[in-house]
Design a protein around this ligand. Structure first.
Ligand code: G4P
Length: 528
């Protein structure tokens, strides 16, 4: 296979949803289609269950398992499919945001009864801002849920999308008879038997054919005809270009648990979803088919073995071929590094590979060289954009609880921050260190890992901060005045950028009004 063909056959994507909408179940069914796993239940362990929030050891155990399930790859109809796992737990939302910088498209799963939920809104917003192509899968059609048209409206309004259904349900819940596949022009009948993997598919391109009555009954046939007429009248026809540029989102209906509507989704996905796309570096736009290798680190996972501090850095290959044992430039450190055992991921296994192609993810063993966002190249100076930090939701001072272990503590904090577990801010006034996180759970994770991996102990102290804002300003009088008056609330992030720690929404608003030329941003980067 040529280099170009290798790129063309790759589909790297993420599945996003609010917890419990069915992301894990759908992932598992997709893997079944690829023949990558033999039985249902194999992927279940990759999610952090809600019940586990209080059980810290359980979370650590599952984090370990999730190394293997961070990337699930399989071959389907000759396409190499890479699913990047995005943690559903909201305390790990930042992990998910970062993973979204490494996908070429996404599938959004929505529960038919619950409709659009909070976590989905946040994640879709990030995808929308980046024009990532999205396919929507409305799940759990075997249950009573919202009316299909109402749901499509909700998706458009709450998520700001422009949808067009590519399948449409025939009945719902108790009366669910199947779906009409608009994309392939056939009917899939629902047997309601979850043990049966493949449903019955009947080709049907002329809905006025009276045979429809015989297949689904008179009432359902009339309803389907009316509904499809409405679909045609209200929604624009599917346009692949619009989907690829992020301005139209096709919608599928189905039931992941019953493996219903999943094959249709997958078949359409491999046809329309993009192969690896060009990526912007600060210096220039990089095309996947360029000869020279380049890639960036979007995730770092600590090893579960506390005896050695080995970590796995996940690199998305943007261009060229990655080869084992070849020296590559670590751009930030200006250092050449060689990797003797790069891991590739296959279903739930990882194995050492000799070469990987654009769209693929390689896992590189790291002893502390990498931090999230780092770029590796064949020698060219490139810095990939787009791994921003978001304002944390929680803030606490971190104190050293064992004066003999100060060095270990700072090293530990430093490395955990590089992994993206949380963010560190150093107050301008007194140099005290503040840890900012998305969820309260991370404080437990940090404390535990500092103790077990670095032999250091810490305590926390609450700090009433509402939001961290990155400051951008001209060096003028107003900025100097802002710095003088707000000194108590100013800090530097780990990259040395100035951050304003607003103690309330009100003070944030007042500050903005008082110093209009000082720009306060909720992310560390201008274009998210
Ligand atoms: P998540 O990864 O998005 O958090 O969701 P997950 O797949 O774990 O699904 C959440 C729950 O919804 C699971 O039930 C799962 O079996 C169920 N589910 C997924 N797809 C469908 C569907 O098409 N129809 C119906 N009726 N249910 C579906 P659970 O009871 O929480 O977990 P489990 O005991 O089945 O593992």
């Amino acid at each position: 296979m040529t280099f170009e063909q290798e790129i063309e056959r790759r589909r790297t994507f993420g599945i996003i949803s609010h917890p419990d909408a069915g992301k894990t179940t759908l992932t598992e069914k997709l893997l079944l289609f690829g023949g990558a796993i033999q039985e249902a239940g194999a992927v279940k362990s990759n999610k952090i269950k809600k019940s586990a929030t209080s059980d810290f050891m359980e979370i650590e155990r599952q984090r370990g398992i999730s190394v293997a399930t961070s990337v699930l790859a399989f071959i389907y109809k000759d396409k190499k499919i890479n699913i990047l796992d995005t943690p559903g737990h909201k305390d790990f939302a930042e992990d998910t945001f970062r993973t979204l910088t490494a996908v070429d498209s996404v599938i959004v799963v929505i529960d038919v009864a619950k409709g659009v939920e909070e976590q989905t809104e946040k994640l879709v917003e990030v995808c929308r801002m980046r024009n990532i192509p999205m396919i929507v899968f409305i799940n759990k059609l075997d249950r009573e849920g919202k009316d299909a048209f109402d749901l499509l409206d909700e998706v458009e309004q709450k998520l700001g999308l422009s949808v067009t259904p590519l399948s449409f349900p025939i009945g719902m819940g108790f009366d669910f008879k199947g779906i009409y596949n608009i994309f392939e022009k056939n009917i899939n009948l629902f047997s309601g038997n979850s043990k049966q993997n493949i449903e019955e598919t009947i080709a049907f391109d002329d809905l006025s054919n009276p045979e429809l009555e015989n297949i689904i009954g008179e009432k359902a046939a009339n309803e389907l005809r009316d509904n499809l007429e409405l679909v045609e009248g209200v929604y624009p026809p599917f346009n692949k270009e619009s989907y690829l540029e992020g301005s139209q989102q096709p919608v599928f209906f189905g039931s992941a648990l019953n493996n219903f509507g999943v094959r249709e989704l997958l078949d359409c996905f491999i046809q329309i979803a993009p192969a690896p796309r060009p990526k912007k570096a600060e210096e220039r736009l990089v095309q996947p088919n360029e000869k020279d290798f380049s890639g960036f680190v979007f995730k770092i996972h600590a090893n579960m073995d506390p005896k050695h501090r080995d970590r796995l850095a996940f690199v998305k290959i943007v261009s060229g071929k990655f080869e084992r044992n070849k020296p590559y430039l670590h751009v930030r450190n200006n250092k050449n590094l060689k990797f003797s055992s790069p891991n590739a991921f296959f279903a739930e296994k990882k194995e050492i590979v000799d070469e990987s192609f654009p769209g693929d993810i390689v896992g590189l063993h790291d002893t502390g060289n990498f931090k999230i966002g780092d770029t590796l190249t064949n020698g060219e100076i490139l810095n990939y954009k787009g791994i921003p930090s978001f304002s944390p939701e929680h803030f606490r001072y971190i104190n050293n609880a064992d004066p003999m272990k100060a060095k270990q503590l700072y090293k530990g904090i430093d490395q955990l921050m590089d992994e993206g577990v949380a963010q560190l801010f150093t107050l301008e006034l007194n140099g005290r260190k503040v840890i900012g996180t998305v969820g309260a759970l991370q404080y437990e994770v940090i404390q535990y890992r500092l103790e077990h991996e670095y032999g250091a102990k810490c305590t926390y102290e609450n700090l009433p901060v509402h939001k961290a804002c990155w400051v951008e300003a001209e060096n003028n009088e107003e900025f100097n005045e802002f710095k003088r008056v707000k000194q108590k609330f100013l800090a530097k992030d780990k990259a040395g950028q100035l951050v304003f720690l607003a103690d309330s929404a009100f003070s944030l608003q007042m500050t903005q009004q008082k110093y209009p030329s000082v720009r306060l941003r909720f992310t560390s980067e201008k274009d998210v």
